[in-house]
Design a protein around this ligand. Structure first.
Ligand code: NAD
Length: 324
């Protein structure tokens, strides 16, 4: 039986990845600074550890019997655009400490055969509406829009360099925005799809107003979590040694996103534009590398939101009844 360590298993994508690895027949140890918020983990073991600390990375990697075949590193100080802009120092310190210590221990000291790192399309520069797609190589010359992207870029380079010198196969995915049930939906770290679902779910009745940051024309693609996890697994089994974009090529504006959620919720929504951190103007990335693994996205934005909105609506209802 193959053994996998999932760092960040208490988080959104990490939790779904644990489920997938269990389905694929792995022994899984999850590790995170917190347990999953919304349901029990399916990992065989779950350690609560702060991975910024060297000794905790050693604990995470040490098994009573045998060694890990694969390490999946998804732990990060992470959030949507509001968080990325307000918590720059935390992101640059906390996520860098996690990556420095995990890469050094997993690759140089424990010499794990395979190491996965979750990067982000935030490593790319800002793009204009209608620009043709960027390939992975076009992350250079580097000019990420935010500090989160710079930290990811350094961690990518460190993982690849340590892999090259220590005979570890390193796989790196640059995720586009990911959404789905069990993702952060409140508290300031939620990303746009969850935030829109929550705002619309919070409206009593069939009509209401929601506020969005900026004019709503910023373009993004949103990838349903099951598709993303499938991409991670395919990439890990592939021979691709350089970073790989993973994202559904369905590019929509924030206004389109709101309208799609409103339709699912069956509510008439009016948008009020307010000042706020909008992030880059547009996105458009090549998926040729991940397609070469046989991956394709199976969930449209609408299909993914049809699974996500009811879950967030349920969380809003529960939170209300608890506060009453
Ligand atoms: P998440 O916040 O739900 O998961 C990250 C997990 O890391 C959290 O459970 C958190 O507790 C854990 N963590 C933070 N600090 C830690 C520490 N010191 N020690 C141990 N664990 C710690 O985020 P997610 O959406 O599941 O993202 C997973 C990974 O994918 C992250 O690396 C993120 O940067 C990357 N990513 C996500 C998206 C997205 O749209 N969700 C897009 C691009 C990249």
């Amino acid at each position: 039986m193959k053994k996998a360590l999932v760092c960040g298993a208490g988080g959104f994508i990490g939790h779904h990845l644990v489920n997938r690895l269990k389905k694929d027949g792995y022994f899984v140890r999850g590790v995170d600074i917190k347990k999953p918020e919304f349901c029990e983990t399916n990992a065989d073991e779950f350690l609560v550890l702060d991975l910024r600390l060297d000794e905790n990375c050693v604990k995470a990697l040490t098994l009573n019997e045998g060694e890990f075949n694969e390490v999946y590193q998804l732990a990060a100080d992470m959030g949507g655009m509001g968080f990325i802009h307000s918590a720059e120092c935390d992101i640059m310190y906390n996520s860098a400490m996690i990556n420095l210590n995990m890469i050094n221990n997993a690759i140089r000291k424990f010499r794990v055969p395979k190491y996965f790192f979750s990067s982000s399309v935030c490593v790319y520069r800002d793009m204009k509406h209608g620009e043709s797609e960027l390939s992975e190589e076009q992350a250079y010359p580097a000019m990420p829009d935010n500090e989160y992207g710079w930290e990811k870029l350094y961690a990518e380079r460190m993982a690849m360099t340590f892999g090259k010198h220590n005979n570890t196969q390193v796989r790196i995915a640059r995720f586009q925005n990911c959404f789905g049930p069990l993702g952060t939906w409140i508290g300031g770290r939620e990303k746009a799809p969850a935030a829109m679902c929550r705002k619309i779910a919070e409206i009593n009745g069939v009509e209401g107003v929601i506020q969005i940051w900026g004019d709503g024309t910023a373009v993004r693609s949103y990838t349903f979590v099951d598709d993303l996890v499938d991409g991670i697994r395919r990439l890990m089994d592939s021979n691709i040694t350089t970073p790989v974009n993973i994202g559904r090529p369905e590019y929509v504006s924030v206004i389109d996103l709101v309208n799609t959620v409103a339709k699912i919720a069956n509510k008439k929504i009016t948008i009020e534009n307010i000042e706020g951190p909008v992030g880059v103007e547009s996105r458009n990335f090549s998926n040729e590398k991940i397609y070469s693994t046989g991956w394709k996205s199976n969930f449209s934005l609408k299909q993914g939101l049809e699974q996500t909105y009811p879950w967030i609506e349920e969380q809003v209802r529960k939170a209300r009844s608890e506060s009453n």
